[in-house]
Ligand binder design. Structure first.
Ligand code: ATP
Ligand code: MG
Length: 229
């Protein structure tokens, strides 16, 4: 395997400006790469640009300069339909708030990104969704509606959902930010297990120094710049 085959995500000199209310540069020459199987955290003070960066890396924000490569392919400048297919196929998302749909069952919620991708039949997806729920010890809750779960359980389901298409990369913006210590630990340990047992590549923004210390590598940001990676 060539060395470049190992790189899952790479950013080169990413600059980002916001123009409202005044022109402000929020990302400055952000360059780094992430290798297959790495569990990477992103830390930095509030307002330093972490969420803005994640939004760009996840291809949802295309208004930046610089270059972005995913899985060896240049993705900056691609069409929105290309990017949305890429996201469905290659990226799993976990946010601070779970964004589960309350009118659907736990199982259906986990299946949704799979239905969107359209690669597997409904039957296969049910099977896959149960498998992912089992990783998080949530298989017995599959038939419940999402609003019948505790906060920690909802977040575990949200992570199971992020895994449904076996993504190349999981990205999280403060996935434990809304959880108590006990549930944070559960989520952290599951991430760790995903990295170790499945070689899952993960890029997780966190405020929690203990969480960051447990990851393979930490990218530190300050005032729109990467100061350590
Ligand atoms: N839509 C926007 N328009 C203008 N400025 C914005 C916008 N979104 C974010 N900003 C500014 O960009 C900077 C970076 O914001 P960002 O949300 O990326 O920070 P963050 O590191 O994720 O902070 P936190 O840890 O509080 O989540 C901040 O100064 C913020 O005020
Ligand atoms: Mg943020």
């Amino acid at each position: 395997m060539r060395e470049t085959d190992q790189i899952v995500l790479e950013s080169k000199n990413i600059d980002k400006f916001f123009y409202n209310p005044t022109k402000t540069q929020v990302l400055k020459e952000v360059s780094f790469s992430i290798n297959r199987g790495e569990f990477v955290s992103v830390i930095g003070k509030s307002g330093c640009g972490k969420s803005t960066l994640l939004y760009i890396l996840s291809t949802m924000d295309t208004d930046y300069s610089g270059e972005l490569f995913m899985d060896g392919e240049k993705i900056s400048g691609k069409s929105s339909s290309f990017l949305s297919q890429l996201r469905n196929e290659k990226i799993g998302f976990v946010f601070q708030f779970h964004y589960l749909l309350n009118e659907f069952s736990v199982l259906e919620n986990v299946m949704i990104p799979g239905l969107k991708l359209g690669k597997y039949s409904r039957e296969e997806l049910e099977h896959r969704a149960l498998e992912k729920l089992r990783i998080f010890d949530m298989q017995d809750h599959a038939k419940k509606k999402a609003n019948q779960l505790s906060g920690g359980q909802k977040q575990r389901v949200a992570i199971a959902r992020a895994l449904i298409n076996d993504p190349l990369l999981i990205m999280g913006d403060e996935p434990t930010g809304n959880l108590d210590k006990k549930n944070s630990d559960i989520v952290f340990n599951k991430f760790k297990e995903l990295a170790k047992e499945f070689g899952q590549t993960m890029l997780i923004v966190t405020h929690d120094p203990e969480f960051a210390a447990g990851t393979d590598r930490t990218i530190e940001m300050e005032d729109g710049r990467v100061i350590r990676f």
